[in-house]
Design a binder for this molecule. Structure first.
Ligand code: ATP
Ligand code: LTN
Length: 359
């Protein structure tokens, strides 16, 4: 049966999104939990900020939120250990600098909460090779791994299911590419609920923000800006310095025309710059185009860089401050992990009891 897909507008934040699957509340409720995470595989990008973190900030008043950095997911592909440590801490500093409030939301590092891998093991025993084999991300990433495909790449979605189910999450904001993983999470939760009773897991819905910008690569504007892209000129990292930001925008690929129009098909590079401005200033693309009547691509590039810089300057300052002081950030993470563990341990105990572990 095809799950229902419902478009919803959040009445408070006016964020539009597609709330996929819309589950009836089950016995493991009540829950008002929203949860999301980013892999610290590299520095975070403008795409991560506009497509994810900015929305988290807006939704955190309405939900009991858990936001974390998934360092255990990150090692499914080889990482430099020091770079991973640094990227993990910087990611969490970025959440805080962007406005995620550690008083209201729980912020932590995945590996600080051992219940994630504990539940992952159990879920592994209820997952089928066939369904994991169908995961598009696994197919893509394993194709790049040569002969020795890490088993972790195969079971990656099961760890993600554990991340979600541990906290009884109702809503999981993710990018389109992660929808399949949330669907697997739902299937696993339902499978165990069918075996052991509806009280076991909350069935999560995924939330795909449609107002959130999909930021495109500045060099290949038909591809999503990604932190793991080979050509870093196309990716704007949140911690890039001013000179680099200006250079990346000035060299952004547009087209051979001169008229500024918002047309993703014909002018993906120009449309990308317009949409970046739109996502930051909350001005409609049509209005932005109107303001550029008679102007040239050069104006659009430099002014987009300026608008991005205005947002990133204070964010970078706060990230630097948090990274230098460290104690505040470490306190947030320690406290976050403790809070997360309380919830996670309760769920894990429920699962241990259900599957028959002697406790
Ligand atoms: P990778 O290159 O490692 O696959 P990524 O930069 O594509 O990473 P993810 O870690 O997969 O990013 O995504 C984390 C969150 O950021 C997700 O919610 C995703 O939708 C959002 N996101 C990532 N890139 C973009 C983008 N270019 N535009 C909008 N949202 C994005
Ligand atoms: N797989 C996701 C990151 C991720 C996640 C999660 C997102 C890991 N665990 C739990 C939401 C909820 C990604 O690559 N974007």
């Amino acid at each position: 049966m095809t799950p229902p897909v419902v478009s919803v507008e959040d009445p408070d934040t006016h964020l539009y999104g597609t709330r996929c699957f819309m589950t009836q509340a089950n016995a493991a409720t009540p829950t008002n939990v929203m949860l999301s995470a980013i892999q610290p595989t590299s520095q975070l990008t403008l795409g991560n900020y506009l497509g994810a973190i900015q929305n988290w900030v807006q939704l955190q008043d309405k939900y009991n939120c858990y936001f974390f950095a998934v360092d255990q997911h990150a090692i499914t592909v080889r990482q430099n250990p020091e770079a991973l440590r640094q990227a993990t801490l910087t990611a969490l500093a970025t959440y805080v600098a962007a406005g995620v409030d550690p008083q209201r939301s729980t912020l932590f590092v995945q590996s600080h909460v051992p219940e994630h891998t504990q539940l992952c093991w159990i879920l592994n025993c209820y997952s089928y090779m066939g369904e994991l084999n169908r995961m598009t991300q696994y197919k893509d990433k394993s194709a790049k791994s040569g002969e020795n495909i890490p088993a972790g790449l195969f079971t990656y979605p099961v760890l993600m299911a554990a991340d979600i189910l541990l906290y009884d999450a109702k809503l999981v904001p993710v990018g389109q590419d992660q929808k399949q993983h949330v669907e697997l999470t739902r299937n696993l939760a339902q499978r165990l609920n069918n075996l052991y009773g509806d009280h076991l897991f909350v069935i999560p819905d995924c939330y795909i923000g449609s107002k959130a910008a999909k930021v495109m690569d500045l060099q290949q504007p038909t591809r999503k800006m990604s932190k793991s892209a080979e050509n870093t000129m196309g990716t704007l990292f949140l911690m890039d310095d001013e000179k680099t930001i200006l250079k990346k925008f000035k060299k952004a690929v547009t087209d051979s025309d001169t008229v500024i129009e918002w047309d993703k098909e014909r002018k993906p590079g120009v449309a990308n710059l317009i949409e970046i401005q739109s996502a930051i200033t909350h001005t409609s693309p049509e209005e932005i185009v109107h303001n550029y009547t008679g102007k040239m691509y050069g104006h659009l590039k430099v002014e987009t860089a300026e608008i991005v810089l205005q947002t990133l300057r204070p964010l970078q300052q706060k990230v630097h401050q948090l990274m230098e002081e460290r104690t505040e950030l470490e306190k947030i993470l320690r406290h976050g992990a403790e809070k997360a563990r309380e919830h996670a341990a309760t769920t894990l105990k429920r699962v241990h009891d259900a599957v028959g572990f002697y406790t």
